[in-house]
Design a protein around this ligand. Sequence first.
Ligand code: SAH
Ligand code: MG
Length: 240
Amino acid sequence: MRAGLPVPPDVTPTADPIDTADTADPGLRSDQLELIRSVKGFMPDDEGQALFGVARQAARGGLGPLLEVGTYCGKSALYLGFGAVPFRTPVFSVDHHRGSEENQAGWEHHDASLVDARSGRMDTLPVARRAVESAGLDETVVLVVGPSTVVASAWGQPLSLLFIDGGHGREVAWADYRSWTPKVAEGGYLAIHDVFPDPADGGRPPYEIFCAALESGRFREVPERSCGSLRVLRRLAAPV
Ligand code: SAH
Ligand code: MG
């Protein structure tokens, strides 16, 4: 018997050129939600459930794996994993696990329990790995450890969903945008977290890259899938 939560049955992906209603979407089970709530992170329940919905829809479309930039302790990775697992679609979650600027000592989002006593540096990898294991998602959620742009430089596979929630500084956010968004498959999704149109609500870079995606003409927003600061876009087919 494998440890962790029971995994939903396999479902065959069907190519899905339009965002058709997923009438079979069972939503998250209460045991899954309870586990996710126990994982540290920065994803409110309602936005996480929206992320689960788009992950499920992307996996259902069968265009490729899902990829997240910014694992932290694995909270959003579990929403993605629970959405993708019925379709046997892998979710790659990239993080160097050293924390963003705002996670460092002295900053607002610092958590001293995530510091590696030996090195004195942040290390969220053991916590994230435990979260994936407790969810029974070892075969679905693959933790990729390293700087996001280095991973991107060697990544060839088109993505059915790219979720950007890594560093929120201007340079890092733009580097993620430039290096990862071209990898979204036509018909695939791009989700960006912490998009705040009003500067009073939060930092600019996630909003800037959201606007850049729209202005590129390669993405349109899917407002019915967006929730709060989680904004969901879909890659359009290239003009012929
Ligand atoms: N998605 C998470 C929150 C992510 S916080 C949740 O649901 O809770 C942002 C994460 O991005 C941090 O863990 C940080 O280590 C990571 N990060 C920041 N810049 C990065 C970079 N250049 N490469 C890889 N990971 C990065
Ligand atoms: Mg976030």
